[in-house]
Design a binder for this molecule. Structure first.
Ligand code: HEM
Length: 307
C-alpha cells in the first residue's frame, strides 16, 4: 500500500510540476499553496494523511499552521518593537568621546554579505509561504530561484562569520545577568549592562544565525535537490519522501525563529540604539555606548590599556 501511495505521489508531483511550471513536490510551500497546483484537493490530502508516515503531521502543519505561525510571529515581533519604541524609546549615547574600533574591514564585509543574503532569503521565503495569496506561477518560481541564490551567498558568508566570532560569542556569567535585566532595554534610563564584546541577545542571534543557518542550508538543500539517495537515510529507515517532509518541517520552524531574531536584530541595530549602524559602517563604537552596554568589555580594554 505504501508503495502505491508513493507512486501516486510521484505521479501527482509530475503533474503538479508540469502544471505549475516545474515546481517540484518537495517545495511543498509552493506545491500545496501556490494556487497553481492540484495538490489542494482535500480528499487527496486526506488520503496522504492516512497513508504516509510523516504525511499526516506535514500536511496538517502545511494546511493549518505554517502560514498562520509565520504571519503571527512576524506581526507579533513587529508590534512588540513598535510598542517598545513608543513607550521606552531608543537608547542614546554620546558620540563626542573616544571611538573604539571593534569591527575590522574583513568582519564588516562578511557581515554585509550575510545581511544581503538574508535580505534576499527572507522575503523570497515569505513569497513561497504565501505563494497562494500571490497567485503562484512564475512569481513564486522566481522567488524560489532567488532564494537559492541568496542561500549560496549565505553559505559563503556564514562559515567565516562563524569562525571570526566563535570565541567572543561563547557564553559567560554576564549573559545570565544580562538576561535577568533584559539587557537594560526595559527602562528609559542609561544603566550599566553586564556584557563582554557581545551581549547575551547578540550571542543568541549569532548561534541561531550560524548553527541554525547550517541546518537551514542542509534542510533547504534536501528540498532543493530532492533526488538524493543517501545510505545513511536508509539506515535510519526513512524513505525519501519522509526526509523531504522532515526537512520542510524543520526548515519552516527554524525559519520562524530566524525571522523573529532577524527582525529583532534589525530593530536593535537600526532603532533601539541610536547610531549603532555606524559600527558596522566605520567599525567604531562610541566609548559611552561600550561603557554602558558592554561594561565588562570596557573594563577589559581599560585594563589592557587599549583605550
Ligand atoms: C540588513 C540587515 C542587517 C543589518 C542592518 C545589520 C546591522 C548590524 C549592526 C549595526 C551591527 C553592530 C551592532 C553592534 O555592535 O552594536 C550588527 C552586528 C552583527 N550582525 Fe548584523 N545586520 C544585518 C544582518 C545580519 C545578518 C543576516 C546576520 C547573520 C547572518 C547578522 C549577524 C550579526 C552579528 C552576529 C553581529 C554581531 C553581534 C550583534 O551585534 O548582534 N547581521 N549588525
Amino acid at each position: 500500500m505504501k508503495k502505491v501511495i508513493l507512486l501516486c505521489l510521484s505521479m501527482i508531483s509530475a503533474f503538479a510540476q508540469s502544471y505549475a511550471g516545474k515546481v517540484p513536490l518537495v517545495s511543498q510551500n509552493q506545491g500545496v499553496y501556490d494556487g497553481t497546483s492540484r495538490l489542494n484537493s482535500p480528499e487527496l490530502l486526506h488520503n496522504i494523511m492516512l497513508y504516509q508516515n510523516w504525511g499526516g503531521l506535514f500536511v496538517n502543519l502545511q494546511i493549518h499552521w505554517f502560514r498562520t505561525l509565520f504571519f503571527g510571529i512576524t506581526v507579533g515581533v513587529l508590534v512588540v518593537f513598535f510598542l517598545h519604541y513608543i513607550v521606552i524609546g531608543p537608547k542614546k549615547f554620546a558620540h563626542d568621546g573616544k571611538a573604539i574600533y571593534v569591527y575590522n574591514l574583513f568582519k564588516r564585509i562578511i557581515h554585509w554579505m550575510a545581511a544581503l543574503a538574508f535580505v534576499i532569503v527572507i522575503p523570497t521565503g515569505f513569497m513561497m509561504i504565501f505563494g497562494k495569496e500571490l497567485g503562484g506561477g512564475t512569481l513564486v518560481l522566481d522567488a524560489r530561484y532567488l532564494h537559492s541564490i541568496g542561500t549560496v551567498l549565505f553559505i559563503v558568508s556564514v562559515i567565516p562569520m562563524f569562525l571570526m566570532w566563535l570565541i567572543p560569542m561563547l557564553a559567560t556569567f554576564d549573559d545570565v545577568k544580562w538576561l535577568f535585566m533584559a539587557g537594560g532595554y526595559l527602562t528609559k534610563k542609561k544603566v550599566v549592562v553586564p556584557a563582554g564584546q557581545f551581549n547575551a541577545g547578540q550571542k543568541m542571534w549569532f548561534w541561531l544565525a550560524t548553527l541554525g543557518g547550517f541546518v537551514m542550508i542542509i534542510t533547504g538543500a534536501a528540498m532543493y535537490f530532492e533526488d538524493f539517495d543517501l545510505a545513511i537515510l536508509k539506515s535510519l529507515n526513512l524513505d525519501q519522501i519522509d526526509i523531504l517532509r522532515i526537512s520542510a518541517i524543520v526548515h519552516n520552524f527554524l525559519g520562524m525563529a530566524v525571522t523573529a531574531l532577524f527582525v529583532t536584530h534589525l530593530y536593535m541595530s537600526l532603532f533601539a540604539i541610536k547610531g549603532s549602524l555606524d559600527s558596522m559602517i566605520s567599525g567604531n563604537k562610541s566609548e559611552d555606548e561600550v561603557k554602558y552596554m558592554h561594561s565588562s568589555f570596557y573594563k577589559k580594554l581599560k585594563k589592557e590599556d587599549k583605550i
